[in-house]
Design a protein around this ligand. Structure first.
Ligand code: ZN
Length: 92
């Protein structure tokens, strides 16, 4: 318990590495490759040492990929009909 508290609060900071909270905050930029090299390296070092953040990063990436590849919802059929009516009315 004490070790875990130390890990979360002080150990990474003492090593000059980002804390778990900072890893979460940087996750998006990290996956986008938007972090500067120095910060990205520090984040990677934290990830190597921290199972929690490894799991977080895997879950975060999955969610992001799912959102990116999600198909657009198909047009509502009644909406299509409305457009059709509108178009045919306009063309008269
Ligand atoms: Zn962590």
């Amino acid at each position: 318990m004490l070790v875990k508290a130390l890990m979360d609060r002080g150990m990474f900071a003492l090593m000059g590495l980002p804390t778990c909270k900072q890893v979460e905050e940087f996750a998006y930029d990290f996956l986008e490759g938007a972090l500067d090299a120095k910060t990205a390296r520090r984040l990677e070092r934290h990830l190597k040492a921290c199972k929690n953040c490894q799991r977080f990063m895997v879950a975060y990436r999955k969610t992001r990929d799912l959102e990116a590849s999600a198909p657009r919802p198909p047009l509502d059929p009644s909406f299509k009909e409305e457009i059709f009516k509108f178009l045919t009315k306009e063309s008269i």
